[in-house]
Design a protein around this ligand. Structure first.
Ligand code: ADP
Ligand code: MG
Length: 561
């Protein structure tokens, strides 16, 4: 550290730290952000390709799911990470549209770079992009189509669209129906909480043997072999307390002066357990789910009463059972009454994925359901599960908002046309930014066409002229290559699109506004990584940590898939 002042520059940063400022910082960040977007671009749409990701330990994930790819890639560059966050926000808010959001963000950066080169200031750009995003939301809302909560067909179309190209293809209709039923079952006045839909995966069997259990599956077996395996028209008790004699009472010092006294003590304990079981039996319970332990002796008494009991149930299972059977969770066994009990037409211990589980079915109003997904191998089941998670998210969003948009680049075409008109009305330098935004949105139909092996220019021109002529439900069908009305088959919730535009804009703007990067240590993946080498492509290093599989992909990641 240089200490003397005078004419010497004062050094305030440590030697390891790195600083990049001005245009260099901007272009470094833009390049990093674009590289991330480029890495998922080829997976977009039903004809998008999959990626095989291999981690340090050699474990393999094969997926088409944007957010999964980015999570697995272990990206370290800070600006690149902002783009990864776009995918994560999208995943949290809607559960689908992650690739779309990231690809748009990358293209916004690309277009921004062109304008920065023309000396348009980043602040103007940011301003224009924000204005464009606001307008985009308005346009999307105007274009949205209303859907009723009981429009099964539309909801299944939404589910099927989210699953296309994700390894669930062969059983898409079957799975779409399961997803629609699952979401409808758990929907209530507050909307849809997809946490009430449990997804269990089973390796073995085929995808179309997947099923929906409208009730709860508890991953436990009954606590005692002498208990029944099945209860019909079952009254169900839920306890969040143990059926045991509280420890403190046993631990209090027992002065065993003679054997009778010990016996008396043990008898006393047994009597207490007997009483607890009697309370449960008197209330009329046929089945008990206990969140805590059940004493051996109590197990024996319960079995004698013909009660099926489960101990150490998960809290989440107990609350799911409460929701779906109407039982009240009891904390004090002495207080249990008939009113506390819930009801299920059938409670059965069955095998699930190689171990026993308790299926609680035929409930009046299944407010919690379980999907059992089957598939031939681990990789297949995992990818089907990701497709199902996306589908659950979009059907839930559709039920909540009641608005959908046609897919296949339809809303994006409408947006880019609408935004160009809007740009004209704004004028000034912002106009350029809004036009750039409009151009950036075209990346979606263009990429859908490219990934489907179609000519992107032809497709874009055809889409535009259709929309110009007032056919605003028209999109590009990736299967037929036709530009046609998509509204009664390929549809997505409005929220997927509004959220994608919003988070892509936020991330792009945030990255553009940075003109100084000060890193405490080595900026992994930054251009500083390879010393003198200031060529773009620096972020390649940022994808480190992918093990041998992806190391050194450099800028050309797209090309490898
Ligand atoms: P994301 O992670 O953004 O959801 P996907 O790979 O799921 O990415 O692709 C979504 C895009 O694919 C959407 O733009 C959607 O409209 C489009 N899409 C879905 N089905 C079709 C289809 N049959 N033809 C054309 N585009 C489709
Ligand atoms: Mg999708």
């Amino acid at each position: 550290m240089a200490q003397q002042m005078g004419n010497q520059p004062m050094i305030v940063l440590s030697e390891e730290s790195q600083r990049t400022s001005g245009k260099d910082a901007q272009s470094m960040n833009i390049t990093a952000g674009k590289a991330v977007a480029e890495s998922v671009r080829t997976t977009l749409g039903p004809k998008g390709m999959d990626k095989m990701l291999v981690d340090d330990a050699g474990s393999v994930v094969v997926t088409n799911d944007g957010v999964t790819i980015l999570d697995e890639m272990d990206i370290e560059h800070p600006a690149a990470n902002m783009i990864v966050e776009v995918a994560q926000t999208q995943e949290d808010e809607v559960g689908d549209g992650t690739t779309t959001a990231v690809v748009i963000a990358g293209e916004l950066l690309q277009k921004a770079e062109d304008l920065l080169d023309q000396d348009i200031h980043a602040t103007i750009l940011a301003q224009g992009y924000r204005q464009a995003a606001e307008k985009a939301k308005e346009i999307l809302e105007e274009e949205a189509i209303d859907v009723d909560a009981d429009d099964d067909e539309a909801l299944e179309n939404v589910a099927a669209t989210a699953m296309t190209g994700k390894g669930a293809e062969s059983a898409k209709d079957h799975l779409a129906a399961l997803v629609r039923r699952a979401v409808q079952s758990v929907a209530d006045d507050d909307g849809v909480d997809t946490d009430n839909i449990k997804v269990e995966t089973v390796v073995g069997g085929s995808i179309d043997e997947s099923q929906l259990v409208e009730g709860v599956i508890v991953d436990k077996d009954r606590v005692h072999d002498n208990m029944p395996k099945f209860a019909e028209d079952a009254d169900i008790a839920l306890l969040d307390t143990a059926i045991e004699v509280p420890e403190t009472e046993i631990d209090t010092e027992v002065n065993v002066s003679d054997p009778d006294q010990l016996q008396e003590f043990l008898d006393q304990e047994e009597k207490q357990l007997r009483e607890m079981v009697d309370h449960i039996a008197d209330a009329g319970a046929d089945v008990v789910f206990c969140q805590k332990g059940i004493d051996d002796m109590a197990q024996h008494y319960l079995a004698q009463e013909g009660i099926l009991a489960v101990r150490r149930g998960k809290k989440s299972d107990i609350s799911a059972l409460a929701r779906s059977t109407g039982a009240r969770v009891v904390s004090n066994v002495e207080d249990i009454t008939e009113e506390d009990l819930g009801f299920a037409g059938s409670v059965t211990e069955k095998e699930l994925a190689g171990s026993e589980a308790i299926f609680v079915e035929d409930v009046e109003d299944a407010k919690a359901v379980t999907m059992i997904l089957r598939g031939g191998t681990d990789h297949v089941v995992d990818e089907v599960e990701r497709a199902i998670e996306d589908a659950l998210g979009v059907v839930a969003a559709t039920l909540e908002d009641g608005k959908i948009l046609p897919g296949g680049g339809c809303p994006e075409t409408e947006l880019s046309l609408g935004l160009r008109d809007y740009a004209d009305s704004v004028g000034g330098r912002e106009q350029l930014a809004i036009e750039a935004f409009a151009d950036a949105i075209d990346v979606i139909p263009r990429t859908l066409a490219e990934n489907a092996g179609l000519d992107p220019i032809d497709s874009l021109v055809e889409l535009r002229s259709a929309h110009d002529g007032g056919d605003n439900l028209v999109g590009l069908n990736a299967y037929t290559g036709e530009v046609e009305d998509m509204s009664d088959e390929v549809v997505e919730p409005l929220r997927v699109k509004t959220q994608a535009v919003e988070s892509a804009t936020e991330a792009a703007v945030m990255i553009l506004r940075i003109d100084d990067v000060i890193a405490a240590g080595d900026l992994k993946g930054g251009q500083g990584d390879d010393d003198e080498d200031d060529a773009p492509g620096g972020p390649g290093g940022g994808m480190g940590g992918m093990g041998g599989g992806m190391g050194g992909m450099g800028g050309g990641m797209g090309g490898m898939m």
